[in-house]
Design a protein around this ligand. Structure first.
Ligand code: HEM
Ligand code: HEM
Length: 220
């Protein structure tokens, strides 16, 4: 009988689905016209809350959601890249490249949300931090948000989905099911992530605190 191990706790899985849906929402609203920019900003601020939550969860979350469990040491990444059999290794959490790409994505989305707060569409809507900035700072943030951040994010999402499909169809590793159910099969003996009622409640509490603070101090 194959052994299942809890790897992704519920808060991490909900974070992932919510991030994917809200990022889609941010792209859809910005293309619907000026009347939708307020909602775009609100979605962006909720994304920032999710990302801040993930930062905290990277310290207090289930074992495999913690950044300290990411195999990110340059030696590990290099060994992983050199190892010809790397794609058949069943890592419990993210593999070295997956860990790196997770951090790059988190950083790119954070920059996108932060520059959004400082952007101005020069029609009806501007981010809540624009009032504290000079016009050249706002211009730079808006430039980054539209011309650099937007394509960067699209490229990262494209690569992300491509990598997942590559693992599924070429390397025969299903990474999607564990991100939905939380469980991975047939792992060598390894730590399981804590994921009980108390830890889930803590995750919800942390997220709601961050969300309310952001919407209180940066009303959109
Ligand atoms: C990670 C979250 C976010 C994503 C993925 C995102 C994405 C985008 C995209 C794709 C555009 C269109 C750029 C273009 O077509 O030139 C845009 C424009 C804009 N966004 Fe965001 N955004 C995010 C967060 C925010 C936030 C939090 C705010 C403000 C509260 C904001 C305010 C704006 C403004 C003002 C524009 C218009 C800029 C212009 O006219 O060039 N965004 N955003
Ligand atoms: C806008 C769309 C998406 C964004 C922004 C996104 C973002 C992310 C992020 C940040 C992580 C790291 C999770 C963490 O440790 O917190 C991740 C992991 C993952 N994502 Fe996505 N994702 C998106 C769409 C998708 C889609 C459509 C799929 C399914 C095909 C998917 C499947 C996965 C899987 C399987 C992992 C775990 C990878 C591993 O085991 O190393 N994602 N995603």
């Amino acid at each position: 009988m194959s052994k299942s191990t809890k790897i992704w706790d519920l808060p991490t899985r909900i974070f992932h689905i919510a991030l994917a849906l809200l990022v889609m929402g941010a792209f859809i609203t910005v293309n619907l016209g000026d009347d939708w920019m307020k909602l775009h900003g609100q979605i962006g601020l909720s994304i920032l809350a999710l990302l801040s939550f993930r930062l905290v969860w990277g310290v207090f979350g289930g074992y495999w959601s913690r950044f300290s469990s990411f195999p990110l040491h340059p030696k590990k990444v290099m060994n992983h890249l050199r190892d010809k059999s790397r794609h058949s290794i069943n890592y419990p959490g993210h593999n070295p490249l997956g860990s790196l790409s997770t951090l790059v994505m988190l950083l790119a989305f954070t920059l996108q949300a932060l520059t959004g707060l400082c952007s101005d569409d020069e029609v009806l809507f501007s981010g809540p931090l624009t009032t504290y900035l000079t016009s050249s700072q706002v211009e730079f943030a808006t430039y980054y948000h539209s011309e650099i951040g937007q394509p960067l994010i699209l490229i990262l999402i494209g690569l992300h989905v491509l990598a997942i499909l590559l693992y599924k169809f070429v390397f025969k590793q299903n990474l999607v099911t564990p991100m939905i159910t939380g469980f991975k099969e047939d792992l060598q003996d390894c730590e399981a992530s804590q994921d009980n009622f108390g830890s889930r409640l803590l995750g919800l509490f942390i997220f709601l605190m961050i969300l309310s603070l952001l919407f209180y101090f940066l009303p959109i």
